[in-house]
Write a protein that binds this ligand. Structure first.
Ligand SMILES: *[C@@H]1O[C@H](CO)[C@@H](O)[C@H](O)[C@H]1NC(C)=O
Ligand SMILES: *[C@@H]1O[C@H](CO)[C@@H](O)[C@H](O)[C@H]1NC(C)=O
Ligand SMILES: *[C@@H]1O[C@H](CO)[C@@H](O)[C@H](O)[C@H]1NC(C)=O
Ligand SMILES: *[C@@H]1O[C@H](CO)[C@@H](O)[C@H](O)[C@H]1NC(C)=O
Length: 296
């Protein structure tokens, strides 16, 4: 498989804008007024804080001020913070090995009635960490009712590491953990594999997106001489390949159809005494045409 020379795309980091006032970061006090779930969701300071939150360098903002937290792929733990602080969440995520996305939000939390009878709720400010991307599609956890107390979510913001952020025209990634795609033949018994490219271990999914789009453009301008439909890249699987535990490079493996987690079974191989392993594996589809196989 030959590719035209490809430009290396580096995801731009969004520069931080300063947070305005500390007052917007703090929790709602019991004395603020009525204390229902509806009041919690409508509390203006939560709206302002989330809406004005800084996008930390090295991350892309995927949603802002939702009333739901994400249920993404690959849970990587959570922490609570004294104040809403996307920079603090980002620092913790960056410092943790497989965290590539996080969700910062206010969660309505019951206050024991013996503690203060006029006060029924407070906020727990959470950063939840994920291996896979947090997206509006997986921001589905709107809370629950426990012992007649309504747990709700306010000011929920999502951030995804630029390294795994989808390039324009590609879907949010599906997380395959430590396995690469081992594609079977398609629904017509045809091979969908289009080759691979190798980059340095400075993981950046947008390099694969460029490779995939370049392959498709090349195939469309160099049509098969037998008149058959050209195979164009619609999906790529990218992962870090490690040798004996040391990251070696980033692989971009291109396919003409989208493959799902069910066929992500390639965990690596041994060669002599060396063990080559797959890590940080994600799949991305062409957002407008996922290359679904149509039976001929
Ligand atoms: C308990 O409620 C009273 C009356 O609303 C309020 O003044 C006080 O600050 C509350 N205490 C705490 C710890 O929230
Ligand atoms: C951002 O914060 C400012 C206060 O510093 C506030 O006036 C404004 O309404 C906030 N923006 C949004 C969209 O909430
Ligand atoms: C937010 O977190 C960052 C990093 O930990 C810290 O430097 C900053 O002071 C925090 N901001 C607030 C308002 O607490
Ligand atoms: C996605 O596929 C469509 C249809 O084949 C193509 O026109 C478009 O350029 C592709 N998008 C990207 C980002 O390559």
């Amino acid at each position: 498989m030959h590719f035209a020379t490809l430009p290396l795309l580096f995801a731009a980091t969004t520069l931080a804008s300063p947070l305005h006032k500390q007052a917007y970061l703090v929790k709602r006090a019991c004395t603020t007024g009525p204390d229902t779930a509806t009041d919690f969701l409508a509390y203006p300071a939560y709206v302002n804080t989330a809406s004005n939150a800084t996008t930390p360098p090295g991350y892309a903002n995927t949603y802002t001020n939702l009333h739901a937290s994400s249920n993404a792929d690959g849970y990587a733990g959570y922490t609570t913070l004294p104040t809403y602080n996307t920079t603090a969440c980002a620092e913790k995520c960056t410092a943790s090995k497989n965290c590539h996305a996080f969700n910062n939000f206010y969660e309505r939390t019951a206050v024991s009635s013996s503690f203060n009878s006029s006060c029924t709720s407070t906020a727990t400010i959470k950063c939840v960490f994920w291996n896979g991307a947090v997206t509006t599609a997986n921001a589905v956890n709107t809370g629950s009712t426990q012992n007649n107390f309504e747990i709700v979510i306010a000011g929920s913001n999502g951030y995804v590491a630029s390294a795994i952020s989808p390039a324009t025209g590609y879907s949010a990634p599906v997380y395959f953990s430590n396995s690469g795609i081992q594609a079977p033949l398609d629904c017509n018994g045809k091979d969908t594999y289009l080759g691979f490219q190798t980059f340095d271990a400075n993981f950046d999914a947008s390099r694969c997106a460029a490779a995939c789009s370049a392959q498709a453009a090349y195939a469309l301008t160099h049509l098969p001489s037998d008149g058959s439909t050209p195979k164009t890249c619609k999906f790529f699987n990218t992962y870090v390949e490690s040798k004996n535990g040391v990251p070696q490079d980033q692989k971009c493996v291109l396919y003409s159809q989208t493959w799902s987690k069910g066929v992500a079974t390639n965990t690596g191989y041994a060669y002599g005494k060396d063990v080559y392993a797959v890590g940080m594996s994600y799949g991305y589809s062409n957002a407008t045409d996922a290359g679904v196989c149509v039976k001929a």
